[in-house]
Ligand binder design. Structure first.
Ligand SMILES: Nc1nc2c(ncn2[C@@H]2O[C@H](COP(=O)(O)OP(=O)(O)OP(=O)(O)O)[C@@H](O)[C@H]2O)c(=O)[nH]1
Ligand SMILES: [Mg+2]
Length: 242
């Protein structure tokens, strides 16, 4: 899965979703599916590529190489009778690849921020990842953007664990209450659920945005016509029409 290409497009399509686009416009012409661009961020080695590969091909690579740049894969997910085509963008977590990954944040619909439960540093950097994403994705509603917090490698022993669920929940409370889930790409625990939660989060975000737009719609019938001033040609008289 981890190629050396800067960008490997291995999905069934390459159209990039447009963040914040109304639901109707997100449907693909051909399949009527809703296309969502899902980006996975987090420190190098936390298991982003393994999560994507477990989700898409139910495969785990014990010796996964670091990703260079970004890679993407597509996978359909059905939720409540609606099919969503997830275009999952797996990014390189290593700092040296920053300039290769950030151009791909634009147009994202959902963002999975990942850390490994046996890597305290990767958890400490979670806020940095949110900040980097919001800076480069150029999203309008930064504070409400649909993030999901994912603690991967939940299969490690208690002795190996460096981040508790409580710490993660506290971070969520202080950072806009994103949904949180622990996963194991290795043991196939909660991986599909994490992506389902991401779509669910996006649906709720869209509904909220729709309500916001609806409340801004002006009913033209209820608006009084503006007062118009008419003047005679020589400018000596003027009157106001009701
Ligand atoms: N124990 C355990 N190991 C995992 C899990 N997921 C990934 N790994 C291992 O962690 C290492 C790194 O996994 P990757 O998926 O390549 O990590 P990454 O986040 O994509 O790293 P970058 O591409 O450098 O950003 C590999 O050796 C994986 O086998 C997991 O759920 N449990
Ligand atoms: Mg990777």
């Amino acid at each position: 899965m981890s190629g050396n290409n800067v960008v490997l497009g291995r999905g069934s399509g390459s159209r990039v979703g447009a963040g914040g686009t109304p639901l109707a416009q997100k449907r693909l012409n051909t399949s009527k599916n809703v296309l969502l661009k899902v980006v996975i961020l987090g420190n190098g080695g936390v298991g982003k590529s393994c999560l994507m590969n477990r989700f898409v091909s139910n495969h785990f690579d014990q010796h996964s190489f670091h990703t260079i740049g970004v890679e993407f894969l597509n996978k359909d997910l059905e939720i409540n009778g609606e099919t969503y085509t997830l275009q999952i963008w797996d990014t390189a977590g290593q700092e040296r690849f920053k300039s290769l990954r950030t151009p791909f944040y634009r147009g994202s619909d959902v963002c999975l921020i990942t850390y490994a439960v046996n890597d305290q540093k990767s958890f400490k950097d979670v806020s940095m990842w949110c900040k980097e994403f919001l800076t480069y994705a150029d999203v309008k509603e930064g504070s409400t953007f649909p993030f999901i917090l994912v603690g991967n490698k939940a299969d490690v022993s208690e002795e190996g664990r460096q981040v508790t669920q409580e710490e993660a929940r506290t971070w969520c409370k202080e950072n806009g209450n994103p949904p949180f889930i622990e996963t194991s790409a290795k043991d196939a625990i909660n991986v599909e659920l994490a992506f389902q939660m991401a779509v669910d989060r996006w649906i709720k975000f869209e509904e909220k945005m729709d309500r916001h737009y609806e409340s801004e719609v002006v009913d033209l019938r209820s608006v009084k016509p503006p007062q118009r001033a008419s003047c005679c040609m020589n400018g000596q008289s003027s009157r106001t029409e009701e």
